[in-house]
Design a binder for this molecule. Structure first.
Ligand SMILES: Nc1ncnc2c1ncn2[C@@H]1O[C@H](COP(=O)(O)OP(=O)(O)OP(=O)(O)O)[C@@H](O)[C@H]1O
Ligand SMILES: [Mg+2]
Length: 314
């Protein structure tokens, strides 16, 4: 388990992160989400002992990041932001070099490099020069480096940044395949990605924690109201559609959003504990308004993120 207690980093008078506390269970894939400058990289550098905290602590499987940094480093694999590789080395040459740095004994080095090459799907390219590989393959090399010496914790700073959609899917699959067996903390700007890959999400903004929860709970917690989209065919009675729907018990707000091509579109906010769809349908049909469509709109993680971050700023 990873326990982070009031972790704080100041760069001079600049806040990197402030009073961050959270836990990560063993085997969990945790997503670290936040806009530019939120403090994702700063937190990851402290958890990997690259940067000393100004205040606060963290324990990685019981080992303190300050007092027992060697034990922490041995248990942690790290893919730094922008994946710094040695471009003129071969894949295998670089991984052997990284294995040496990580203290993998010479007798196990070959087997360990083979294992991480296989795990990351690099079997076809071990002799290729890194700079000549595609960005997606370079990212695999970075992850292969991170899993050398079989660490229990993987910390991946924006592992899919700058990749094309196909490469993103491949790297995402690779990360998912590593989870369960390992504890993974990854940072990302891409919200759907985090909701797909991670069991839990931490949202930080300006160095402070804004929310920690599962993607589903975050969505539910913030859905104070739910939104429906209603389309009706234009006709004699249709101008009253918004007023009719607005008068239904449980509807907070109904407004006509657009009209044209013989169709009027309404946006309807409802109390989230009420399902008023059948009532809306009945009311409209009874009033002679031809109903074309009635659809629930789901709040995306983007909406939630913006709500949280905006609340925090204002
Ligand atoms: N070496 C440094 N010196 C001074 N300030 C820094 C340094 N590194 C980071 N900061 C500041 O700390 C804050 C957090 O930065 P950090 O790089 O951790 O954010 P981030 O969430 O990783 O952002 P990004 O999404 O852009 O990678 C920012 O305000 C940044 O300007
Ligand atoms: Mg960063």
């Amino acid at each position: 388990m990873i326990q982070v207690e009031r972790l704080t980093k100041y760069y001079g008078t600049n806040v990197g992160v402030k009073n961050l506390s959270f836990r990560v269970e063993t085997g969990e894939i945790l997503g670290f989400l936040g806009p530019n400058g939120a403090g994702k990289t700063t937190t990851m550098k402290m958890l990997t002992c690259y940067l000393p905290p100004t205040a606060g602590t963290a324990k990685i499987f019981g080992h303190d990041i300050i007092e027992e940094s060697m034990a922490v480093r041995r248990r942690t694999g790290y893919l730094p932001e922008r994946n710094p590789l040695y471009g003129d080395m071969s894949v295998r040459g670089y991984l052997e070099f990284a294995a040496d740095l990580k203290g993998v004994p010479a007798s196990r080095r070959r087997a360990e490099v083979d294992r991480s090459i296989e795990r990351c799907g690099l079997e076809a390219v071990p002799r290729r020069t890194i700079s000549k590989l595609s960005k997606g393959y370079q990212q695999r090399v970075g992850i292969a480096q991170a899993i050398l010496n079989d660490p229990e914790l993987l910390i991946l700073d924006e592992p899919t940044l700058g990749l094309d959609p196909k490469q993103i899917i491949e790297i995402r699959r690779l990360i998912q395949s590593l989870g369960g067996d390992k504890t993974v903390i990854l940072s990302s700007h891409i919200l759907p990605e985090v909701s797909q890959v991670c069991n839990r999400v931490i949202i930080i903004n300006r160095g402070e924690l804004v929310a920690v929860d599962t993607p589903d709970n975050l969505r539910a917690r913030l859905m104070k109201s739910s939104r429906l989209r209603v389309k009706v065919r234009d006709g004699a009675a249709s101008g009253r559609a918004a007023a009719l729907v607005g008068g239904i018990d449980g509807v907070l707000l109904a407004r006509e959003e657009s009209a044209g091509d013989g169709v009027r579109s309404l946006e309807v906010e409802c109390a989230s504990d009420r399902d008023v769809r059948d009532e809306i349908a009945r009311t409209l049909v009874t009033a002679g308004v031809p109903l074309l469509e009635l659809r629930a709109e789901e709040l995306s993680l983007e909406d939630i993120f913006l709500q949280l971050v905006t609340e925090e700023v204002s």
